[in-house]
Write a protein that binds this ligand. Structure first.
Ligand SMILES: [Zn+2]
Length: 460
Protein backbone atom coordinates (compact mmCIF):
# COMPACT_ATOMS: atom_id res chain seq x y z
CA UNK A 1 0.00 0.00 0.00
CA UNK A 2 1.15 3.31 0.06
CA UNK A 3 0.87 6.63 1.35
CA UNK A 4 -2.38 7.85 0.19
CA UNK A 5 -2.72 5.02 -1.87
CA UNK A 6 -3.66 1.68 -2.66
CA UNK A 7 -1.90 -1.46 -2.21
CA UNK A 8 -1.68 -4.77 -3.69
CA UNK A 9 -0.24 -6.65 -0.92
CA UNK A 10 0.00 -10.00 -2.41
CA UNK A 11 -1.14 -11.69 -5.42
CA UNK A 12 -4.39 -12.52 -3.92
CA UNK A 13 -5.29 -9.41 -2.13
CA UNK A 14 -4.97 -5.95 -3.31
CA UNK A 15 -5.43 -3.43 -0.85
CA UNK A 16 -5.95 -0.36 -1.94
CA UNK A 17 -6.74 3.00 -1.78
CA UNK A 18 -5.77 4.49 1.27
CA UNK A 19 -5.61 7.85 1.94
CA UNK A 20 -2.44 7.92 0.59
CA UNK A 21 -1.90 5.02 -1.33
CA UNK A 22 -1.18 2.14 -3.61
CA UNK A 23 0.80 0.22 -6.34
CA UNK A 24 2.09 -1.37 -9.78
CA UNK A 25 3.15 -0.84 -13.33
CA UNK A 26 1.09 -1.42 -16.33
CA UNK A 27 0.75 -5.16 -16.04
CA UNK A 28 -1.51 -7.87 -14.69
CA UNK A 29 -1.96 -8.81 -11.09
CA UNK A 30 -2.75 -12.50 -11.50
CA UNK A 31 -1.25 -14.70 -14.18
CA UNK A 32 -1.63 -18.34 -15.11
CA UNK A 33 0.40 -20.08 -12.44
CA UNK A 34 -1.13 -23.48 -13.18
CA UNK A 35 0.31 -23.95 -16.67
CA UNK A 36 2.88 -21.13 -16.61
CA UNK A 37 1.63 -20.07 -20.01
CA UNK A 38 2.52 -16.39 -19.64
CA UNK A 39 -1.12 -15.34 -19.82
CA UNK A 40 -2.93 -12.87 -17.56
CA UNK A 41 -6.17 -14.08 -15.99
CA UNK A 42 -9.38 -12.69 -17.48
CA UNK A 43 -12.98 -12.74 -16.37
CA UNK A 44 -15.10 -15.34 -18.15
CA UNK A 45 -16.36 -14.13 -21.53
CA UNK A 46 -14.34 -10.97 -20.92
CA UNK A 47 -17.20 -9.86 -18.70
CA UNK A 48 -17.10 -8.97 -15.04
CA UNK A 49 -20.63 -9.60 -13.80
CA UNK A 50 -20.76 -7.91 -10.45
CA UNK A 51 -23.05 -8.04 -7.49
CA UNK A 52 -23.69 -4.94 -5.39
CA UNK A 53 -24.18 -4.42 -1.67
CA UNK A 54 -27.72 -3.21 -1.07
CA UNK A 55 -26.80 -0.66 1.58
CA UNK A 56 -25.65 2.98 1.34
CA UNK A 57 -22.05 4.05 0.74
CA UNK A 58 -22.24 6.76 3.39
CA UNK A 59 -24.64 9.02 5.17
CA UNK A 60 -24.75 11.25 2.12
CA UNK A 61 -24.49 8.68 -0.68
CA UNK A 62 -27.33 6.22 -0.92
CA UNK A 63 -27.21 2.83 -2.61
CA UNK A 64 -28.44 4.04 -5.99
CA UNK A 65 -25.90 6.86 -6.11
CA UNK A 66 -23.11 4.51 -5.09
CA UNK A 67 -24.06 2.00 -7.77
CA UNK A 68 -24.08 4.83 -10.27
CA UNK A 69 -20.51 5.78 -9.31
CA UNK A 70 -19.39 2.17 -9.74
CA UNK A 71 -21.24 1.78 -13.04
CA UNK A 72 -19.64 4.90 -14.46
CA UNK A 73 -16.20 3.75 -13.40
CA UNK A 74 -16.73 0.36 -15.02
CA UNK A 75 -17.85 2.12 -18.21
CA UNK A 76 -14.58 4.05 -18.18
CA UNK A 77 -12.68 0.75 -17.93
CA UNK A 78 -14.63 -1.00 -20.70
CA UNK A 79 -16.70 0.43 -23.55
CA UNK A 80 -15.23 3.93 -23.23
CA UNK A 81 -11.61 2.84 -23.65
CA UNK A 82 -10.26 4.31 -26.87
CA UNK A 83 -6.75 4.92 -28.16
CA UNK A 84 -5.92 7.04 -31.20
CA UNK A 85 -4.50 4.98 -34.05
CA UNK A 86 -2.13 5.90 -36.89
CA UNK A 87 -4.98 7.41 -38.87
CA UNK A 88 -5.84 9.64 -35.90
CA UNK A 89 -9.04 7.75 -35.27
CA UNK A 90 -10.03 6.98 -31.70
CA UNK A 91 -10.77 3.27 -31.72
CA UNK A 92 -12.17 1.07 -28.96
CA UNK A 93 -9.28 -1.21 -28.05
CA UNK A 94 -10.77 -3.55 -25.47
CA UNK A 95 -13.57 -6.08 -25.39
CA UNK A 96 -13.74 -5.96 -21.60
CA UNK A 97 -17.28 -5.63 -20.31
CA UNK A 98 -18.83 -5.22 -16.90
CA UNK A 99 -22.46 -5.59 -15.93
CA UNK A 100 -24.33 -5.56 -12.67
CA UNK A 101 -26.26 -8.72 -11.86
CA UNK A 102 -29.38 -7.11 -10.45
CA UNK A 103 -30.80 -10.46 -9.44
CA UNK A 104 -28.26 -11.05 -6.71
CA UNK A 105 -29.45 -9.87 -3.32
CA UNK A 106 -26.64 -9.89 -0.77
CA UNK A 107 -28.38 -7.44 1.52
CA UNK A 108 -26.47 -4.76 3.40
CA UNK A 109 -22.94 -6.12 3.80
CA UNK A 110 -21.09 -4.98 6.90
CA UNK A 111 -18.47 -6.08 9.39
CA UNK A 112 -20.66 -8.87 10.71
CA UNK A 113 -21.51 -10.65 7.47
CA UNK A 114 -18.82 -9.85 4.87
CA UNK A 115 -16.76 -13.01 5.07
CA UNK A 116 -18.51 -15.04 2.37
CA UNK A 117 -17.60 -12.24 -0.04
CA UNK A 118 -14.15 -11.28 1.22
CA UNK A 119 -12.60 -14.57 2.25
CA UNK A 120 -14.25 -17.11 -0.02
CA UNK A 121 -14.23 -17.75 -3.72
CA UNK A 122 -17.69 -19.14 -4.40
CA UNK A 123 -19.59 -15.83 -4.58
CA UNK A 124 -19.76 -13.57 -7.62
CA UNK A 125 -17.41 -10.59 -7.58
CA UNK A 126 -19.04 -8.23 -5.12
CA UNK A 127 -18.93 -4.49 -4.61
CA UNK A 128 -19.19 -3.69 -0.90
CA UNK A 129 -20.30 -0.29 0.36
CA UNK A 130 -18.72 -0.15 3.80
CA UNK A 131 -20.65 2.78 5.20
CA UNK A 132 -19.36 2.51 8.76
CA UNK A 133 -15.90 1.15 7.93
CA UNK A 134 -16.60 -2.07 9.80
CA UNK A 135 -15.61 -4.35 6.92
CA UNK A 136 -12.27 -2.58 6.54
CA UNK A 137 -11.78 -2.73 10.31
CA UNK A 138 -12.53 -6.43 10.45
CA UNK A 139 -10.18 -7.25 7.59
CA UNK A 140 -7.39 -4.82 8.32
CA UNK A 141 -7.45 -4.20 12.03
CA UNK A 142 -8.61 -1.58 14.48
CA UNK A 143 -8.24 1.92 13.17
CA UNK A 144 -7.87 0.85 9.57
CA UNK A 145 -11.02 2.60 8.48
CA UNK A 146 -9.50 5.95 9.40
CA UNK A 147 -7.14 5.77 6.44
CA UNK A 148 -8.08 3.13 3.91
CA UNK A 149 -10.39 4.19 1.11
CA UNK A 150 -10.80 0.83 -0.53
CA UNK A 151 -9.68 -2.72 -0.60
CA UNK A 152 -9.92 -5.27 -3.38
CA UNK A 153 -8.64 -8.40 -4.99
CA UNK A 154 -9.53 -10.17 -8.22
CA UNK A 155 -11.23 -13.51 -8.45
CA UNK A 156 -9.94 -17.05 -8.49
CA UNK A 157 -8.90 -18.94 -11.58
CA UNK A 158 -11.02 -21.86 -12.70
CA UNK A 159 -9.58 -25.31 -13.35
CA UNK A 160 -8.08 -24.10 -16.64
CA UNK A 161 -5.85 -21.74 -14.69
CA UNK A 162 -6.76 -18.97 -17.13
CA UNK A 163 -10.26 -17.70 -16.45
CA UNK A 164 -11.81 -16.04 -13.42
CA UNK A 165 -15.42 -17.02 -12.83
CA UNK A 166 -16.05 -16.31 -9.16
CA UNK A 167 -14.65 -14.64 -6.10
CA UNK A 168 -13.15 -11.21 -5.87
CA UNK A 169 -14.45 -8.07 -4.22
CA UNK A 170 -13.94 -4.36 -3.91
CA UNK A 171 -14.88 -2.71 -0.62
CA UNK A 172 -15.24 1.05 -0.38
CA UNK A 173 -15.02 2.84 2.94
CA UNK A 174 -17.76 5.46 3.16
CA UNK A 175 -16.18 7.01 6.25
CA UNK A 176 -13.53 8.52 4.01
CA UNK A 177 -16.15 10.73 2.40
CA UNK A 178 -16.83 12.53 5.64
CA UNK A 179 -13.78 12.26 7.89
CA UNK A 180 -11.85 15.03 6.18
CA UNK A 181 -8.90 12.91 5.08
CA UNK A 182 -9.83 13.48 1.45
CA UNK A 183 -11.11 16.99 1.99
CA UNK A 184 -14.79 17.67 2.12
CA UNK A 185 -17.87 17.71 -0.08
CA UNK A 186 -17.29 17.47 -3.79
CA UNK A 187 -13.52 17.31 -3.34
CA UNK A 188 -13.73 14.20 -1.20
CA UNK A 189 -16.15 12.62 -3.63
CA UNK A 190 -13.85 13.27 -6.61
CA UNK A 191 -10.93 11.65 -4.82
CA UNK A 192 -13.20 8.80 -3.90
CA UNK A 193 -14.15 8.32 -7.54
CA UNK A 194 -10.47 8.06 -8.43
CA UNK A 195 -10.13 5.35 -5.80
CA UNK A 196 -13.15 3.51 -7.20
CA UNK A 197 -11.50 3.50 -10.61
CA UNK A 198 -8.28 2.19 -9.08
CA UNK A 199 -9.91 -0.63 -7.15
CA UNK A 200 -12.07 -1.70 -10.06
CA UNK A 201 -8.90 -1.80 -12.15
CA UNK A 202 -7.54 -4.37 -9.69
CA UNK A 203 -10.81 -6.29 -9.82
CA UNK A 204 -10.37 -6.47 -13.59
CA UNK A 205 -6.87 -7.82 -12.87
CA UNK A 206 -4.67 -4.81 -13.45
CA UNK A 207 -1.59 -4.33 -11.36
CA UNK A 208 -0.05 -1.02 -10.41
CA UNK A 209 1.70 1.31 -12.84
CA UNK A 210 4.77 3.46 -12.35
CA UNK A 211 4.40 5.51 -15.53
CA UNK A 212 5.45 9.16 -15.05
CA UNK A 213 7.13 8.29 -11.77
CA UNK A 214 9.37 11.38 -11.83
CA UNK A 215 6.25 13.48 -11.90
CA UNK A 216 4.27 11.52 -9.35
CA UNK A 217 6.96 11.16 -6.71
CA UNK A 218 7.02 14.93 -6.28
CA UNK A 219 3.28 15.06 -5.64
CA UNK A 220 1.26 14.84 -2.48
CA UNK A 221 -2.47 14.42 -2.29
CA UNK A 222 -4.07 17.49 -3.79
CA UNK A 223 -0.74 19.14 -4.54
CA UNK A 224 0.24 17.76 -7.90
CA UNK A 225 1.18 19.65 -11.03
CA UNK A 226 0.17 17.74 -14.14
CA UNK A 227 -1.72 15.20 -12.06
CA UNK A 228 -3.69 14.29 -15.17
CA UNK A 229 -0.67 12.31 -16.37
CA UNK A 230 -0.54 10.07 -13.31
CA UNK A 231 -2.05 6.65 -14.05
CA UNK A 232 -5.21 5.54 -12.35
CA UNK A 233 -3.23 2.46 -11.37
CA UNK A 234 -0.34 4.39 -9.83
CA UNK A 235 0.17 2.93 -6.33
CA UNK A 236 -0.85 6.13 -4.63
CA UNK A 237 -3.89 8.37 -4.75
CA UNK A 238 -2.43 11.76 -5.57
CA UNK A 239 -4.86 13.60 -7.79
CA UNK A 240 -8.58 13.46 -8.47
CA UNK A 241 -7.76 13.29 -12.18
CA UNK A 242 -6.72 9.71 -11.57
CA UNK A 243 -10.42 9.06 -12.11
CA UNK A 244 -9.58 9.50 -15.79
CA UNK A 245 -7.64 6.65 -17.37
CA UNK A 246 -4.24 7.45 -18.86
CA UNK A 247 -2.81 5.86 -22.00
CA UNK A 248 -0.99 3.31 -19.86
CA UNK A 249 -4.19 2.29 -18.06
CA UNK A 250 -5.95 1.95 -21.40
CA UNK A 251 -3.13 -0.04 -22.95
CA UNK A 252 -3.09 -2.46 -20.04
CA UNK A 253 -6.82 -3.17 -19.90
CA UNK A 254 -6.75 -3.52 -23.68
CA UNK A 255 -3.88 -5.93 -23.55
CA UNK A 256 -5.59 -8.16 -20.98
CA UNK A 257 -8.92 -8.02 -22.86
CA UNK A 258 -7.87 -7.09 -26.40
CA UNK A 259 -10.09 -6.04 -29.27
CA UNK A 260 -8.67 -7.18 -32.61
CA UNK A 261 -7.88 -3.58 -33.47
CA UNK A 262 -5.25 -3.52 -30.74
CA UNK A 263 -3.16 -5.93 -32.78
CA UNK A 264 -4.16 -4.61 -36.21
CA UNK A 265 -3.74 -0.87 -35.68
CA UNK A 266 -0.97 -0.67 -33.12
CA UNK A 267 2.58 -1.87 -32.55
CA UNK A 268 4.35 -3.72 -29.78
CA UNK A 269 7.85 -3.29 -28.42
CA UNK A 270 9.40 -6.23 -26.61
CA UNK A 271 12.73 -7.27 -25.19
CA UNK A 272 14.48 -8.96 -22.28
CA UNK A 273 16.32 -7.76 -19.19
CA UNK A 274 19.28 -9.65 -17.73
CA UNK A 275 21.70 -9.23 -14.88
CA UNK A 276 25.47 -8.92 -15.38
CA UNK A 277 25.84 -12.68 -15.33
CA UNK A 278 23.34 -13.18 -18.10
CA UNK A 279 20.58 -14.48 -15.85
CA UNK A 280 17.04 -13.22 -16.43
CA UNK A 281 16.33 -10.15 -14.29
CA UNK A 282 12.70 -9.98 -13.28
CA UNK A 283 11.10 -6.93 -11.68
CA UNK A 284 12.52 -4.05 -13.74
CA UNK A 285 10.12 -1.37 -14.96
CA UNK A 286 10.41 -0.72 -18.70
CA UNK A 287 8.71 2.30 -20.26
CA UNK A 288 8.05 3.44 -23.83
CA UNK A 289 7.32 7.15 -24.18
CA UNK A 290 6.79 9.37 -27.19
CA UNK A 291 9.60 11.72 -28.19
CA UNK A 292 7.23 14.04 -30.02
CA UNK A 293 7.16 16.62 -27.21
CA UNK A 294 7.57 16.87 -23.46
CA UNK A 295 3.80 16.69 -23.09
CA UNK A 296 3.44 13.72 -25.41
CA UNK A 297 6.19 11.94 -23.49
CA UNK A 298 3.84 11.99 -20.50
CA UNK A 299 0.62 11.36 -22.43
CA UNK A 300 1.80 8.63 -24.79
CA UNK A 301 3.63 6.35 -22.37
CA UNK A 302 3.16 2.82 -21.13
CA UNK A 303 5.16 0.42 -18.99
CA UNK A 304 5.52 -3.19 -17.99
CA UNK A 305 7.64 -4.90 -15.36
CA UNK A 306 10.02 -7.50 -16.76
CA UNK A 307 8.85 -11.05 -16.15
CA UNK A 308 5.42 -10.02 -14.87
CA UNK A 309 3.62 -12.57 -17.04
CA UNK A 310 4.99 -15.45 -14.97
CA UNK A 311 5.09 -16.35 -11.30
CA UNK A 312 8.15 -15.07 -9.53
CA UNK A 313 11.49 -16.59 -10.49
CA UNK A 314 10.15 -18.51 -13.45
CA UNK A 315 13.18 -17.59 -15.50
CA UNK A 316 11.34 -15.05 -17.62
CA UNK A 317 12.36 -11.41 -17.84
CA UNK A 318 10.58 -10.28 -20.98
CA UNK A 319 8.43 -7.16 -21.27
CA UNK A 320 5.78 -6.18 -23.81
CA UNK A 321 4.76 -2.59 -24.48
CA UNK A 322 1.45 -2.59 -26.31
CA UNK A 323 -0.77 -0.05 -28.02
CA UNK A 324 2.02 1.96 -29.64
CA UNK A 325 1.04 4.24 -32.47
CA UNK A 326 2.57 3.67 -35.92
CA UNK A 327 4.59 6.63 -37.13
CA UNK A 328 5.37 7.92 -33.63
CA UNK A 329 8.97 7.79 -32.40
CA UNK A 330 9.39 6.33 -28.91
CA UNK A 331 12.22 6.16 -26.43
CA UNK A 332 12.38 3.01 -24.34
CA UNK A 333 13.87 3.28 -20.86
CA UNK A 334 14.25 1.09 -17.80
CA UNK A 335 14.22 1.97 -14.12
CA UNK A 336 13.88 0.30 -10.74
CA UNK A 337 10.50 0.17 -9.08
CA UNK A 338 10.40 2.93 -6.49
CA UNK A 339 11.82 1.84 -3.15
CA UNK A 340 8.91 3.46 -1.34
CA UNK A 341 6.64 0.87 -2.89
CA UNK A 342 8.38 -2.01 -1.20
CA UNK A 343 6.36 -4.11 1.18
CA UNK A 344 3.14 -2.26 0.96
CA UNK A 345 2.65 -1.18 -2.55
CA UNK A 346 4.94 -3.59 -4.26
CA UNK A 347 4.61 -4.61 -7.85
CA UNK A 348 4.24 -8.08 -9.25
CA UNK A 349 5.89 -10.46 -9.61
CA UNK A 350 8.63 -9.93 -7.00
CA UNK A 351 7.21 -7.25 -4.75
CA UNK A 352 9.79 -6.00 -2.28
CA UNK A 353 12.34 -8.38 -3.81
CA UNK A 354 12.33 -6.41 -7.05
CA UNK A 355 15.85 -5.20 -7.94
CA UNK A 356 16.50 -1.77 -6.49
CA UNK A 357 19.29 0.73 -6.32
CA UNK A 358 20.52 0.67 -9.89
CA UNK A 359 20.62 3.55 -12.35
CA UNK A 360 18.03 3.52 -15.08
CA UNK A 361 18.96 3.86 -18.71
CA UNK A 362 17.91 3.71 -22.31
CA UNK A 363 17.07 0.50 -24.11
CA UNK A 364 18.59 0.53 -27.58
CA UNK A 365 17.54 -1.14 -30.78
CA UNK A 366 19.69 -4.03 -32.03
CA UNK A 367 21.48 -1.54 -34.29
CA UNK A 368 22.24 0.82 -31.41
CA UNK A 369 19.60 3.47 -31.97
CA UNK A 370 18.20 5.18 -28.87
CA UNK A 371 14.75 5.73 -30.35
CA UNK A 372 12.44 3.47 -32.25
CA UNK A 373 9.46 3.87 -34.57
CA UNK A 374 7.17 1.29 -36.07
CA UNK A 375 5.76 1.84 -39.52
CA UNK A 376 2.70 -0.40 -39.63
CA UNK A 377 0.03 -1.61 -37.25
CA UNK A 378 0.64 -5.19 -36.20
CA UNK A 379 4.42 -4.81 -36.16
CA UNK A 380 6.41 -6.10 -33.21
CA UNK A 381 9.82 -4.59 -32.60
CA UNK A 382 12.46 -6.50 -30.66
CA UNK A 383 14.85 -4.31 -28.71
CA UNK A 384 18.41 -5.17 -27.74
CA UNK A 385 18.70 -6.99 -24.44
CA UNK A 386 19.77 -5.00 -21.41
CA UNK A 387 22.26 -6.18 -18.78
CA UNK A 388 21.98 -4.48 -15.38
CA UNK A 389 24.55 -4.72 -12.61
CA UNK A 390 22.35 -5.25 -9.58
CA UNK A 391 21.39 -7.93 -7.08
CA UNK A 392 19.12 -10.55 -8.63
CA UNK A 393 16.71 -12.11 -6.15
CA UNK A 394 15.93 -14.92 -8.57
CA UNK A 395 19.53 -15.90 -9.29
CA UNK A 396 19.79 -19.60 -8.65
CA UNK A 397 16.06 -19.85 -7.99
CA UNK A 398 14.66 -19.73 -11.49
CA UNK A 399 12.41 -22.69 -12.10
CA UNK A 400 12.12 -22.20 -15.82
CA UNK A 401 8.95 -21.47 -17.68
CA UNK A 402 6.93 -24.08 -19.41
CA UNK A 403 3.93 -26.20 -18.78
CA UNK A 404 2.97 -28.87 -16.35
CA UNK A 405 4.72 -27.52 -13.32
CA UNK A 406 1.50 -27.36 -11.38
CA UNK A 407 2.74 -24.36 -9.48
CA UNK A 408 -0.74 -23.05 -9.14
CA UNK A 409 -1.61 -25.79 -6.74
CA UNK A 410 1.59 -25.90 -4.78
CA UNK A 411 2.16 -22.32 -3.82
CA UNK A 412 2.55 -21.69 -0.16
CA UNK A 413 1.89 -18.70 2.00
CA UNK A 414 5.51 -17.71 1.87
CA UNK A 415 5.24 -16.79 -1.76
CA UNK A 416 3.80 -13.33 -1.71
CA UNK A 417 3.55 -12.90 -5.41
CA UNK A 418 1.50 -14.48 -8.09
CA UNK A 419 -0.40 -16.57 -5.60
CA UNK A 420 -2.95 -17.16 -8.27
CA UNK A 421 -5.78 -19.07 -6.71
CA UNK A 422 -6.99 -22.12 -8.54
CA UNK A 423 -10.50 -22.98 -7.52
CA UNK A 424 -11.31 -26.54 -8.39
CA UNK A 425 -7.68 -27.44 -8.87
CA UNK A 426 -5.58 -29.56 -6.58
CA UNK A 427 -5.30 -27.03 -3.82
CA UNK A 428 -8.74 -27.36 -2.33
CA UNK A 429 -10.72 -24.78 -0.47
CA UNK A 430 -8.72 -25.10 2.71
CA UNK A 431 -5.49 -24.19 0.98
CA UNK A 432 -7.16 -21.27 -0.71
CA UNK A 433 -8.35 -19.84 2.55
CA UNK A 434 -4.98 -20.26 4.15
CA UNK A 435 -3.39 -18.40 1.31
CA UNK A 436 -5.87 -15.61 1.54
CA UNK A 437 -5.26 -15.15 5.23
CA UNK A 438 -1.58 -14.82 4.58
CA UNK A 439 -2.31 -12.16 2.05
CA UNK A 440 -4.51 -10.29 4.45
CA UNK A 441 -1.78 -10.39 7.06
CA UNK A 442 0.55 -8.87 4.53
CA UNK A 443 -1.99 -6.19 3.87
CA UNK A 444 -2.10 -5.27 7.51
CA UNK A 445 1.62 -4.62 7.51
CA UNK A 446 1.15 -2.40 4.53
CA UNK A 447 -1.56 -0.50 6.25
CA UNK A 448 0.54 0.46 9.18
CA UNK A 449 3.03 1.98 6.82
CA UNK A 450 0.39 3.93 5.08
CA UNK A 451 -1.17 5.31 8.15
CA UNK A 452 2.05 6.78 9.38
CA UNK A 453 2.79 8.41 6.11
CA UNK A 454 3.15 12.14 5.99
CA UNK A 455 1.32 12.03 2.72
CA UNK A 456 -1.92 11.47 4.51
CA UNK A 457 -3.60 14.84 4.86
CA UNK A 458 -3.60 16.11 8.37
CA UNK A 459 -1.01 13.61 9.49
CA UNK A 460 2.66 14.05 10.05
ZN1 LIG B 1 -3.72 -0.67 -5.91
Amino acid sequence: MHRVGYAISCAAVLLLTLVSAPVFAGGPFLVDSLNNSGVALRWQNDTLTWCADEGPLSSGVDNAAAIQMVTEAFNDWTTKVTITNGQNQAVVTTVAKAAQDTTCKPGDIDGSNHEPYTTGFDKPPTIIFDADGSVIEDLMGDGASDGIVGLSYPGAADSSGLIMTKGGFAAFNGKMLTNGKLGSGTTAQEYFKASIHHELGHLLNLDHSQVNYDLAKNCTLGNCANGNYIPTMYPELLDMQQATLTRDDKATISWIYPASVLKDDFCTITGEIFDKNGSPLTGVNVIASSTTSDTQAMVDARAMVSGVLYPECSGDSRYYLYGLKPGVTYKVTYEPIGSEFANASDFEPLGSNSPKGFQGGVVETPSGDTTVKCENGGDTIEMASVAIDTANYCAGKNSGTGTGSGQGTTQTGTSKSKCSLVAGGGAGAGALLELLFVCVASAVLSRSRIRTSSKIPGRK
